[in-house]
Design a protein around this ligand. Structure first.
Ligand code: SF4
Length: 349
């Protein structure tokens, strides 16, 4: 515990030393609450938080509460603490066990650059394509591409062919309670698998472009792989030695693959401590509705609208704040509570 606290202190210290804009909007108040600038005029959240792309999971966090997403950037130490806590409670071990089961011969490859790290994901993807074509189950399948002008990255838990020949995407969710999730939680899960399908389908339909990938990920095409990655790629029979060559190879593999769009989206819920199945849910894929939702979520990232927090008057939503690490200092919540109190006293008069 002590070393974790030290690490946190060290990282926070580094952020402060660099004079990073994370610290700039804070103003300490006497009651130990801090006030932050939730949105900045003329600067979209993408610009403000130096985002060139989004992870699909970020979209799911956003569907939970946009103010929480903003706080996650402004108070990174609290987000890290929450992530460590949820790593325990979200059954990271069940995910890991599954991954190991699917990949018993996994090797460790030391990466030296960002290009190496992303290349490793692409190499995994290239290897999984023929397995999937042969009808085998694959796990941790990377998906990437542009949706509504924003580049997304994601990793699909499972893809497999059902007995009836359907290509099924399945996402494992672990729960601390032995029950299916509340609609507010399930909403993010459905969004996640829907966006995975959009990305996967556009990849197999040839929509991925070399320049987009390099541009959005800010990667150098001529960067040669590190020595370990070069050896690993050679062992797999890949001729590529630079990131750009690997991207070219991936595009050829996808172009000549016979993979079809995903037919079915499933969510598998398991009890985190026992690993016992709680239930499966099939998710309806409504493309028009999903794309409209996506546009609205992205309007926040582009700074086209203000971030929205939890509706504290809605009983179906208000409980989210009770599990939120920012509850004490949340400006949004405090302002809404004040508004409710003012409304209440007006009505009483
Ligand atoms: Fe969102 Fe509620 Fe947390 Fe504020 S306290 S960030 S409104 S979940």
């Amino acid at each position: 515990g002590q070393s974790l606290a030290k690490e946190e202190e060290r990282i926070d210290g580094q952020i402060k030393k660099r004079g990073h804009k994370v610290v700039a909007p804070f103003e300490r108040l006497s009651n130990n609450r801090s006030t932050v600038t939730l949105s900045v005029p003329d600067q979209s959240p993408m610009e403000r938080f130096s985002k060139h792309h989004l992870n699909v999971t970020q979209l799911c966090e956003q569907s939970w509460c946009e103010i929480k997403v903003v706080y996650g950037f402004l108070k990174p130490h609290m987000k890290r603490r929450e992530m460590r806590r949820t790593a325990v409670t979200t059954g990271a071990s069940i995910h890991l066990a599954r991954e190991r089961e699917a990949n018993p011969d996994a090797v460790t490859v030391v990466v030296y650059t960002r290009e190496d790290r992303e290349a490793l994901k692409l190499i995994n993807l290239i290897q999984m394509v023929p397995a999937l074509e042969a009808g085998q189950l694959v796990r941790e399948f990377p998906v990437l591409g542009v949706l509504d002008g924003v580049f997304f990255l994601g990793v699909v838990d499972e893809l497999y062919c059902s007995k009836s020949g359907d290509l099924v995407l399945s996402e494992l969710k672990t729960r601390s309670h032995n029950s299916l999730p509340h609609p507010a939680q399930a909403k993010g899960h459905s969004l996640q698998v829907g966006v995975y399908k959009l990305l996967f389908d556009s990849m197999v339909q040839g929509s991925m472009k070399r320049d987009q990938l390099l541009h959005f990920l800010k990667l150098r095409p001529h960067q040669a792989f590190g020595s370990e990655l070069q050896r690993y790629a050679q062992k797999l029979g890949l001729l590529a030695v630079t990131f750009g060559e690997l991207v070219d190879h991936l595009l050829v593999v996808l172009h000549f693959s016979n993979l079809q769009p995903i037919d079915k989206l499933c969510l598998e819920y398991r009890h985190q401590s026992s690993g016992v199945l709680i239930g499966n849910r099939e998710v309806e894929f409504e493309e028009t509705q999903l794309r409209a939702e996506l546009r609205d979520y992205l309007a926040f990232w582009r700074g086209e609208r203000e971030p929205h927090g939890v509706d504290i008057e809605d009983i179906e939503e208000a409980w989210k704040c009770r599990t939120c690490p920012y509850e004490e200092s949340c400006e949004w919540r405090r302002n809404r509570l004040q508004e409710v109190m003012v409304d209440g006293s007006k009505k009483a008069k």
